[in-house]
Design a protein around this ligand. Structure first.
Ligand SMILES: O=C(O)CCC(=O)C(=O)O
Ligand SMILES: [Fe+2]
Length: 378
């Protein structure tokens, strides 16, 4: 029988591994050059801090070969035809209840703006490293937070991507507080995505059989954080992930991805590709919308695979006030509740929920339990 006691040498070697990991993480962090810096230095092996644990659903998933397709919603003409609007609301309802994801086309943001936004992201990450380093920080109160892996020191494994976070609403920064390489387009894109977000919240309100302004009146569209990502080409993509599996902590996310691909959603216990569609934006329900809809809408787990081609760039627009001080309380919407549908969640604030999420970081089992820890006892 195997002994369960641990010998002193085993303890020492476990500690050594632990300290190795911390010093590897620190050394990586201190370069302030992110994953792009490793690739620029000519790395051919993925360092151990990026090794991802095996995922339980990989065994049963065969993305690209299963029969599932994330719905694509065409918004063309929606404002001119009430019957068309009702049909679109039905598709949005169905997608939000099952996938928690859909793509939108003819959403009103011109292709030129989308292209310029992606170009701006490339310009930011591909500028001189010494200039870019000035934005590198782990201080979440800064207007612009550029780093690699916001959860570097607490995640199970680091992700093969660099990320920048800017709060664009409700208190927009002045353009000169933003990086010169992308400030103009960040301001323009944010304005347009905010308008689109308000429109999507109207459709989602209607999909919940509420007044069209219900979610906007609850301030779901008040905050906007833009997160722009750079996923460098990876020499050993099977060993790591671009983004570990997670659900988003906001009300709603609108994602702009380039042509490379790699985003997947967990649907019926299978990883399903969300393929790039030219001109489309990916929309997904966040945890806070799952909470206030009392589980009618679903905040689905998703991830990004690493790829040996790249870089891949993407821009996620998070509708949330995040860590901003907030006193407004969110719980399941009263109009949706009944004797047969009692509240499934406790009330919270956006800040409390975001703090909880930040403390956990992406990936592994900790993620899955975040919404669960706000559930009312059965
Ligand atoms: O880059 C992507 O495609 C996804 C990013 C994402 O899931 C996130 O920022 O929450
Ligand atoms: Fe996400």
């Amino acid at each position: 029988m195997k002994s369960t006691s641990t010998s002193p040498t085993e303890v020492a070697s476990e500690e050594e591994q632990y300290y190795d990991k911390i010093s590897d993480l620190k050394a990586f962090d201190e370069t302030k050059a992110g994953v792009k810096g490793l690739v620029d230095a000519g790395i051919t092996k993925v360092p151990r801090i990026f090794f991802s644990p095996a995922d339980e659903f990989d065994k049963v998933s065969d993305p690209g070969k299963n029969e599932f397709y994330v719905p694509v919603v065409d918004l063309d003409g929606i404002d001119k035809d009430p019957i068309l609007r009702k049909n679109i609301v039905d598709i949005v309802r169905d997608a939000s209840e099952t996938w928690g994801f859909f793509q939108v086309i003819n959403h009103g943001i011109p292709d030129t703006v989308l292209e310029e936004m992606l170009d701006g992201v490339r310009r930011f990450y591909e500028q001189d490293t010494e200039v870019k380093k000035e934005w590198y920080t782990r201080d979440g109160s800064k207007t612009v937070v550029y780093n690699s892996n916001f959860d570097l020191y607490r995640a199970e494994s680091a992700n093969w991507r660099d990320k920048t976070y800017c709060n664009m609403a409700p208190n927009p920064p002045s353009p000169d507080e933003l990086p010169k390489s992308c400030s103009d387009i960040l301001v323009e894109y944010s304005r347009k995505v905010r308008e689109l977000g308000r429109f999507l919240f109207e459709l989602l309100s209607e999909a919940l059989n509420l007044n069209p302004s219900h979610l906007i009146d609850m301030n779901c569209a008040e905050g906007l954080a833009i997160l722009y990502h750079y996923y460098p080409a990876c020499p050993e993509p099977e060993l790591t992930l671009g983004a570990s599996k997670h659900a988003d902590y906001d009300f709603l996310t609108v994602l702009l991805q380039d042509h490379i691909g790699g985003l997947q959603v967990l649907y019926q216990n299978q990883w399903v590709d969300i393929p790039p569609v030219p001109g489309a934006l990916v929309v997904n329900i966040g945890d806070l919308l799952q909470l206030i809809s009392n589980d009618k809408f679903k905040s689905s787990q998703h991830r990004v695979l690493a790829n040996n081609v790249g870089p891949r760039v993407s821009v996620a627009s998070f509708f949330t006030t995040g860590l901003m001080p907030s006193s407004k309380i969110y719980g399941p919407i009263k109009e949706l509740l009944s004797q047969d549908n009692p509240p499934k969640y406790k009330e919270t604030t956006v800040r409390e929920y975001s703090l909880h999420y930040n403390a956990k970081g992406l990936g592994g089992h900790s993620q899955i339990s975040i919404l669960l820890s706000f559930r009312c006892p059965a």
